[in-house]
Ligand binder design. Structure first.
Ligand SMILES: *Cc1c(COP(=O)(O)O)cnc(C)c1O
Length: 357
């Protein structure tokens, strides 16, 4: 059997969820869209079911997969419905629904559903992706109430730059939000992971942690609360071949690495077809039998090469951690010009194995 696999530490997932709740003092929807950022949505939801206040996903397909697996309790559709004919299913499965656009509000008004629905009314406070214009927010709120189909409305917005800790944009967005919601008495949800970790003064009744649940930091620089996260995924494989090269020999496609000295090269069963980033350059950290070394040469589809010159004990069959508790996914991502979100979401082929269920 090919040794490439991703171990998923469910105990670490629960630790990170608890941390999100603890540092925010709020209720937390565990964001498990995109198959829990590649970690397996059903297994992650089952692991969190006891403690989680609810879950958030990107679309009704993802929500129904959870319901079919027996996940009860709130599930929020982060982009609401894409077509009005999803409304009866939303009602039937008691899903919570974001309303981010006027067309969605009108669809609810016209629809035959009786509800009562739980709506998270999203404002565009400055990210300029989705959300109602601040000037339309109060009227939309009143129309939703008047529709008679809505039991509860949570006021919601989303930050564009919360991962930049000295950037004033989040405070500006907060000011726009507070100004536009003035006079509405309702619960509020503004914070994703970087805002949970780095913006403690932003008010919230509900937080929406995603990446932090999986133990990766959304920040480029060190941050105190993020340092308490526990990585959930360990992507690992084994050395399947070893060769000794004299100085001056190329390794792999395009000869992107040429040995500067006599070099011991280990070949690892892991490639971009497993989701390891092809753009990770020579020097990207990997751990072999618990010792740090570096990727060398170009990542190919099924294999990559590592430098074993300074690890004489390592060889055929040695365990290689591509990312996990020793090599942080955020560090690999930074080397590859990516973000841990994308590394996790790109994971494929390598089977997921669950620990601490
Ligand atoms: C994906 C998403 C989140 C989670 O973001 P993280 O940065 O992963 O914590 C929160 N809110 C909304 C609206 C989202 O789409």
């Amino acid at each position: 059997m090919r040794p490439a696999r991703a171990l998923i530490d469910l105990q670490a997932l629960r630790h990170n969820y608890q941390l999100a709740r603890e540092v925010s003092g709020a209720r937390a929807l565990a964001v498990i869209k995109a198959d829990a950022y590649g970690h397996g949505a059903v297994r992650c939801a089952q692991a969190l079911q006891e403690q989680a206040d609810g879950f958030a996903v990107a679309c009704i397909e993802e929500a129904l997969q959870l319901r079919e697996a027996g996940i009860r309790g709130p599930i929020l559709l982060l982009e609401g419905f894409f077509e009005a004919d999803e409304l009866p299913l939303i009602e039937q499965h008691e899903l919570w629904c974001v309303v981010h656009s006027m067309w969605q509000l009108e669809a609810i008004e016209r629809s035959a559903v009786r509800g009562p629905l739980t709506v998270w009314l999203k404002m565009d406070s400055g990210m300029h992706r989705v959300g109602l214009h601040p000037a339309d927010y109060q009227a939309a709120y009143q129309r939703l109430l008047a529709s008679g189909k809505v039991a509860k409305i949570v006021l919601m917005s989303h930050f564009a730059r919360a991962d930049e800790l000295d950037c004033p944009r989040s405070d500006e967005q907060l000011a726009v939000f507070q100004q536009a919601r003035q006079g509405i008495v309702a619960e509020v949800s503004l914070r994703n992971s970087p805002a949970v970790l780095g913006w403690p003064s932003v008010p919230s009744d509900w937080v929406r942690p995603g990446i932090m649940l999986y133990g990766a930091t959304p920040f480029e620089q060190a941050q105190a609360v993020a340092a308490r996260l526990q990585p959930v995924m360990t992507l690992e494989s084994k050395i399947i071949s070893v060769r000794e090269l004299p100085a001056g020999e190329p390794v792999g496609y395009g000869a992107r690495f040429v040995s500067e000295r006599p070099t011991r090269v280990g070949v690892v069963a892991m490639g971009y077809a497993d989701g390891y980033p092809r753009h990770a350059p020579t020097g990207t950290p990997v751990a072999v039998d618990g010792q740090l070394t570096r990727l060398i040469g170009r990542v190919s589809m099924d294999m990559l090469t590592v430098d074993l010159t300074d690890l004489p004990q390592a060889g055929l069959g040695s365990r290689v951690e591509l990312w996990g508790k020793q090599v942080l996914a955020s560090d690999v991502a930074a080397q590859a010009g990516s973000i841990p979100y994308q590394l996790f979401c790109n994971l494929r082929r390598a089977p997921l194995l669950y620990l601490g269920a």
